[in-house]
Design a binder for this molecule. Structure first.
Ligand SMILES: [Zn+2]
Length: 323
């Protein structure tokens, strides 16, 4: 086995996959992962894992030792998400950690539906030769279902980590606050950004401050807030370290931007679940992202959306109304 495929936690630090500048990322963003979680939950939660087919020794990383035997016969007690990781709590005390990488997707097959056609913004692969893991389940309604993980580029991975060790695990110990949780507020941003001179966009993308907030949604939330991606993050904090009004507004807009995307995914999720069992990928409609040269959509603004490069990534914003 090549050295980079060995199961080494330190290799996780190489996880940040850079998207070529100017190209829209095909990597699932946080709202997509959240819709995948919501789509999988009815089949996965409370289900007994009857058997697991593991077709390869590795994806991005090697599967953990005894992957199949540690899951066989076990029950999934809960499915949750932290940043872009899906976490299935197993009644053995392990947590099955799943990451979609660039091209990973799940589909659910049962006795009623086992078709896989679909319609996606970024087409997901449906070639069964890229089906790497199959969970055969008895759901909590005693129905049979299969959850299938497909990943042609194999940047995704799965791991089993004891629940007790999760918070100190290299994948999770440095993650910042959850942008969809109750932790995100203007005051929380003020604590994170105090005295920071780094550009606001870079601070928002720093996973140690806020976890899982991607390039697209940072651009969109900054536009909604009328804030320049270039202003120093510390300018959202008063001298006494409290949140400015702009910090409160930004916190609100981050949450709303993500929730709107989840809602949009939620509606297509239902369509997909009826037709093809494929979960969580949906049409995005963005106000600034990918709209270089187009008119700004802020009412009464006559500006034009422009693209700049920050930390090697595209930033889209309107220099007229984002200050
Ligand atoms: Zn504008």
């Amino acid at each position: 086995m090549p050295a980079d495929k060995r199961h080494m936690p330190q290799a996780y630090s190489a996880l940040q996959v850079q998207t070529p500048v100017g190209r829209q990322s095909e990597m699932p963003e946080l709202p997509e992962v959240e819709t995948v979680k919501r789509g999988l939950a009815p089949a996965f939660e409370g289900a007994q894992i009857l058997s697991v087919d593991q077709h390869r020794p590795d994806l991005r990383f090697a599967f953990p030792e005894g992957f199949v035997s540690r899951l066989n016969g076990r029950t999934v007690s809960a499915l949750s998400r932290r940043s872009k990781y899906l976490l299935a709590d197993i009644d053995s005390g392990d947590v099955l950690v799943m990451h979609l990488g660039m091209s990973g997707s799940f589909r659910i097959e049962n006795d009623v539906s086992n078709e896989t056609p679909g319609h996606f913004e970024h087409p997901r692969n449906r070639d069964t030769k890229h089906d790497h893991v199959v969970f055969h389940l008895k759901t909590r309604d005693s129905a049979r279902a299969r959850i299938i993980y497909n990943d042609p580029r194999r940047f995704g991975f799965m791991d089993l980590i004891p629940r007790m060790e999760l918070v100190d695990h290299p994948l999770f110990r440095d993650l910042g606050l959850e942008p969809l949780g109750n932790d995100l507020s203007g005051e929380a941003l003020a604590r994170l950004f105090r005295d920071r001179k780094t550009p606001l966009k870079a601070a928002l993308l720093n996973q140690k401050l806020i976890a899982g907030l991607g390039n697209i949604y940072v651009c969109e939330a900054l536009w909604r807030s009328g804030l320049s991606p270039l202003r120093p993050a510390g300018t959202l904090v008063t001298k006494k370290g409290r949140a400015t009004q702009k910090a409160n507004l930004l916190a609100e807009n981050i949450r709303e931007t993500l929730q709107d995307a989840i809602k949009a995914g939620g509606s297509s999720l239902r369509d997909h679940a009826q037709t093809d069992g494929t979960l969580g990928y949906f049409q995005h409609s963005f106000a600034v992202y990918g709209r270089e040269g187009d008119a700004c959509r802020t009412s009464s603004c006559k500006g034009t959306v422009c693209r700049i490069v920050q930390s090697n990534r595209s930033t889209f914003y309107c220099p007229t109304c984002q200050r």
